[in-house]
Every structure is written in C-alpha cells, then in structure tokens.
Design a protein around this ligand. Sequence first.
Ligand SMILES: [Zn+2]
Length: 342
Amino acid sequence: MNSKCIMISVTLVLAACAEQEVTTVDRTNEQFTKRELQTRLSDIQYHVTQEKGTERPYTGKYWNHKQLGTYSCVVCGQDLFLSDTKFDSGCGWPSYFKPINENCITEHRDTSLGMVRTEVVCSECGAHLGHVFPDGPPPTGLRYCINSASLNFRSNETPVAHDQPLAVGDTIPSIFLEATEKQPFDLRSSAAEQPLVLIFYRGGWCPYCTEHLRDLQSVEPNLRGLGFRILAISPDRPEKLKETTEKDELTYTLLSDSSMVAAKAFGLAFEVDASTLEKYKGYGIDLEEASGENHHMLPVPAVFIVDTAGTIRFAHSNPDYKVRLSGEKLLEAAREVAMNVQ
Ligand SMILES: [Zn+2]
C-alpha cells in the first residue's frame, strides 16, 4: 500500500469516529491520532518522531545498515532516502547526502541545546527525522543525520535463498528479526556475544511446535549451563510470540520472522499449497493472521548450533514437521560442540 492509500484509509477511519477521537497530534497534520501512533510505534519511534527525541548513537537499526533499497517515514510511509545516497559518516546515525526528492523533507531552524541547527521533518506528516549539517560529502556537501527510529526500510535486493538448508561449516546470514516488543534483533551480533541454539518452528498454532518448544524449555537450564542461548524463530508476528511465551512460560527468546527473510536465507522456506491452506482454515488455523503477511510460507522445522564466529557447528532439519529433534539429542550435540570449542 502506498502512503497515499494509507492516508486515505486513515482519514476515512478518523472521519468515521471523529466524535470519539478528539485527541490528535497537531504535529502530524492531524492525520494520525496520538493513541493510534502510541499503539503502532515503539516507544523510541514515538519519542523521536513526535517529541523530537534522539536515539543514542550506534543503537539504531540502520546506522550500519548496508542493504540496497528505500528508507521511508515510519509514521506515514512517505519515501525519504535511497540506499545509494547513504554514506558512513562515523557518527552512529544513518547519514545520507540527499533526500529521494526535493519535496519529501521540510527544514526548520532549531535553536535547542544552545546550538543553531537545521531540523528536518517529513513533509507529509511532520514526523521529526533528524538534522541536516553542511559537512557532508560531494556532490551536495550535506549530511542528513537521521534517527533510525524515524525510518522503515524496504529492500530491493533479491533475498538470499538456498535450495538446501544451511549446513555445518556455513556462516549464518546477517539478519534483523523482531522480538516480542517489536524491537529489532540482530542475529549475527547476538551470535558474536554467545553461542546459539537456533530453532526454526512453524508457529504457536502448531501442536508439534508447541510440544517442541516445551521440550526445549525442559533442557534450557542445561543448555544455558553449557553457555548457549536459545533463540526460537517463526513466522508468527511479535504479538503471537508474546502469547506463546506467556502460555508456556518460556524463559528463552522467541523471534519473529514474519516476512520469512531468515527462513529463506537459511534455506528452510517453502510455500504452502492452496489445498493445505484450505485444510488449515478448516482447523481454524489462519497463516495470514499468525504472521500478518500474505506470503503463505512456512519454514521447515530446524535446529542449528552456532558458535561465536557465526559458524554452524550442528544442523538438523526434517521436512516432515511431525519429526523433531528431541531435547536430549540436542543436549548431546550441544555438549559435543561445547567440548570442541574449548
Ligand atoms: Zn511522514
């Protein structure tokens, strides 16, 4: 959906409930209500775009992001910057030497913090983006220093897809997933901190997955004792992960791969055919509702053990979703990896 469509539908919704929805954020052209934005945006996204906040340097999702694609406004969806104008400024925030066009950004003089700076905001919705400084590279000499929290990213790279699941000796891809509070989760950085037990499962709706996650919970203390951190990845959207975590009192981390980027990169993604989709619907299972996406894809359930170099040291996957690696077998494999690492 482009930004215009979003705008029109939001306007219609607002018109429909204009009686109740009187609190609007004046800085966003009254297109979005404060409540809607507080629900939809994370705390930092709200603080930066609506309260002119600044994220801490080197903490945002995009300061070191190098994929090819388009950065858009997190509030209204207007396209703002292209990846080919992004440069490494060393300042810890995503930096661009020019916007995608002349009309998408509005400049304001900002005299806060005892400095004279030029604030840049989204021309469509007024969201605070960051500042522009005259110390950028050619051809413009400008540096648009933008908060990651104000941006969304759309890749125009074909996702790395493998026909075969990644195997022992392969390096895990550099991928961002979403945790239960929708906060970005950097898979490679996490592996660099601590060896991982990485699980791909189909979703909280699948009884075999539920069983698998519980079994995993039973060996979690042992794995933790060996120095491993468990991450379980599925197409479920963050809200669904939260439900699963609470229902089964899981103490390890569930991650959302709703767009299937991770499953594709690990060579585990497959498309669910129409008749299976129908069958699932008959059971009350709605894959679109679970992931919030309409790709109708699922991962082959899999288990990987990954060392701190990001190298896969153990791999198990089985296209028959009813067959899972038992917690005992996993523990055995983890012990072996741990022994060989030391
Ligand atoms: Zn905007």
